[in-house]
Write a protein that binds this ligand. Structure first.
Ligand code: NAG
Ligand code: NAG
Ligand code: NAG
Length: 278
């Protein structure tokens, strides 16, 4: 299916672990003579290795992380394989020759919690450069409503109407049966996920002021109407789509949403870190 995203090869340096070695190579530094070392930190080397804390909430629950952490068994669109090999240590200190650990990412631009840009489903927008770097941060950040969708249906026009989303609400995160079924925790792609039907997308465009649509699985469109629903949302570049949010540990209500995709010029999708603030 044409939604199949193109592959993105990202090279990023993993943060160096503080220990008795220099922390991070500066541009142009060679392995022979590390010049950027924070040698003062060497004294910390003898201390016991601390155990990192993994959190979904920060500051006593004021900040809620609604992004999925990347992992090999995170599902990918129309794949049974998950996200294997997304992170690889390309250069390693253990080898003796490198001054830092240095990881490489290999992901589709639509992996995990991510946004879609208009170029995702429209060739003319793709060619004109409507990539993720053109998405409006004023839409991606601001007051947002988290609503529960009735669990017995995809998001049709009738369902949209029944939600009674007030005029003036610009950002809505739709929690569905996908969250109850923990679909984002199943490695194998599940085409029976809940999403928008084409008429539900039309109803949203015609009857609400929503400019950001967030959902809890890999696509806003229900599988059988996946492309039609995307076309409705992105046709006039009116809506930003945020997909594969982790909404399992939050309650319905109003929050401040912050969603920050990477500035990937030319990419029609990007992983994004999304948080809610109470
Ligand atoms: C370690 O060194 C070996 C041999 O040079 C190389 O094949 C391998 O890719 C290196 N691994 C890392 C993680 O740097
Ligand atoms: C990463 O760097 C640390 C030193 O900071 C080193 O002890 C460790 O072996 C490295 N890890 C690997 C897998 O090379
Ligand atoms: C939603 O649509 C999918 C097909 O796109 C279907 O498999 C699934 O059963 C539907 N879910 C509900 C709750 O109706």
């Amino acid at each position: 299916m044409e939604l199949l995203p193109f592959f993105l090869l990202l090279l990023i340096g993993a943060t160096a672990v503080h220990s008795n070695e220099p922390a991070y190579p500066g541009h142009g530094a060679t392995e022979a003579e590390p010049t950027c070392g924070l040698k003062e930190e060497a004294a910390a080397a003898a201390a016991p290795v601390p155990v990192p804390e993994r959190r979904e909430e920060f500051d006593g629950g004021r900040i809620l992380d609604i992004s999925h952490y990347y992992r090999e068994d995170m599902p990918a669109f129309e794949s049974a394989e998950g996200t294997p090999g997304f992170l690889r240590l390309a250069r390693s200190m253990r080898n003796g020759s490198d001054i830092a650990n240095f990881s490489e990412l290999r992901l589709t631009a639509h992996s995990g919690t991510h946004v879609d840009a208009p170029g995702h489903v429209f060739e003319h927008y793709y060619d004109a450069g409507f990539d993720v770097d053109t998405l409006d941060l004023a839409v991606l950040n601001g007051p947002a409503l988290l609503v529960d969708v009735p669990r017995d249906s995809n998001i049709t026009a009738d369902v949209m109407e029944s939600l009674h989303i007030p005029k003036g609400v610009r950002r809505v995160l739709f929690r569905t049966l996908n969250t109850d079924r923990k679909l984002m925790w199943k490695k194998e792609f599940d085409a029976s996920y809940v999403g928008f039907m084409e008429d539900g997308a039309h109803w949203l465009i015609d009857n609400t002021d929503i400019q950001l649509v967030g959902v809890d699985y890999l696509s806003v469109g229900a599988y059988e109407e996946c492309i039609p629903a995307h076309l409705v949302f992105l046709e006039k570049r009116e809506v930003i789509l945020v997909e594969a949010l982790n909404l399992e540990h939050v309650t319905a209500g109003i929050y401040t949403l912050h969603c920050l995709p990477l500035r990937l010029r030319g990419a029609e999708g990007s992983p994004a870190r999304c948080i809610l603030i109470k």
